[in-house]
Design a protein around this ligand. Structure first.
Ligand code: SF4
Ligand code: SF4
Length: 297
């Protein structure tokens, strides 16, 4: 049994890990010689909550945001998808970078808030409980490490407002970690599951339409007050999506299934599985179109 690290960046070796009380020396400010250097070459994985903040900031739907501002990728071969922030056309700089700094600063993604710290989530095989550690990313172009200011990683997280971001994407990180560590037992998720994961985690406006749909009502029974809250509260809807995914992907039932639907749903899933896998073979996630037909269960 081994711990499964979920690194927010690619690294051939396991970085040195720290707890939140680790003291670091760092300050970033507009007058620093390297101002904006870190935004000129980006590799930023977006969390579900990052997407909600950014699409609302830009006044677009989640599907429009995904198409216009992101590139999908797979966390592991044939696995579930993530999305990265798309850089400027023909370059590596962030599209939100301006001479004055970040144009979406109040809604900047988790990874930007954390930098030069990185959150590394770990979990034991077949467990949901994850534990957080931190890595320090020391890149030569970043002069902030030479500034005369010491603070703990916990204090830096507080200053950068990452706690809310971490909390609201915890369910997503746990799903990825569980999938990674139980891959051999659970097997490759079906195309339907992978699409469903993509919609519930990243395409919140389409997911809301799904929750409104007859397909949802004929499959799941929710108390009226809880159901109505989902339609007006994106954060509640996102958290519900994580619960639904745990049910769909790992059979952990926490949402009541309509009795008549139970057998029909299972039979339909099984009947579709083989055909979907065949249809999926030549497809890569970079072809993924959030406007594909609505996912039903
Ligand atoms: S979102 Fe803002 S902080 Fe993050 S890379 Fe882009 S410009 Fe920089
Ligand atoms: S100090 Fe580091 S984080 Fe701040 S602008 Fe420079 S490179 Fe970016």
């Amino acid at each position: 049994m081994s711990d499964q690290p979920n690194l927010p960046f690619s690294s051939p070796v396991m970085p040195k890990m720290y707890d939140g009380d680790k003291v670091i020396s760092f300050r970033c400010h507009k007058a620093i010689g390297c101002f904006n250097a870190c935004c000129k070459s980006i590799d930023i994985t977006l969390t579900p909550y990052d997407i909600i903040r950014l699409k609302n900031r830009l006044g677009v739907t989640s599907a429009q945001f995904l198409r216009e501002y992101t590139v999908p990728f797979e966390f592991e071969k044939d696995g579930i998808a993530g999305v990265k922030l798309k850089s400027v056309e023909g370059g590596s700089a962030c599209r939100f970078m301006t001479d004055e700094g970040c144009s979406v600063y109040e809604d900047r993604p988790t990874a930007c808030r954390y930098y030069p710290v990185a959150l590394v989530s770990m979990r034991k095989q077949d467990e949901y409980t994850d534990s957080d550690s931190y890595a320090l990313v020391e890149e030569s172009h970043c002069l902030g490490h030479q500034e005369d200011r010491s603070l703990t990683i916990d204090a830096y997280r507080e200053e950068q407002g990452v706690k809310e971001y971490d909390e609201l994407s915890r369910g997503w990180r746990q799903l990825i970690l569980k999938k990674k560590s139980s891959g051999a037992t659970i097997g490759k998720p079906s195309l339907r599951s992978r699409r469903f994961f993509f919609m519930a985690c990243y395409d919140i406006d389409t997911f809301r339409e799904f929750v409104r749909s007859d397909g949802f009502h004929s499959s799941f029974a929710l108390p009226t007050a809880e159901y109505e809250a989902l339609l007006v509260d994106e954060v509640a809807l996102l958290q519900f999506g994580y619960r639904l995914l745990r049910q769909v992907m790992f059979g952990e039932e926490s949402i009541e299934v309509v009795a008549d639907a139970r057998n029909a749903v299972q039979l339909k899933q099984q009947a579709n599985y083989i055909a979907e896998e065949e249809a999926a073979r030549p497809k890569v996630w970079h072809d993924y179109d959030p406007a594909l037909e609505p996912v039903d269960l």
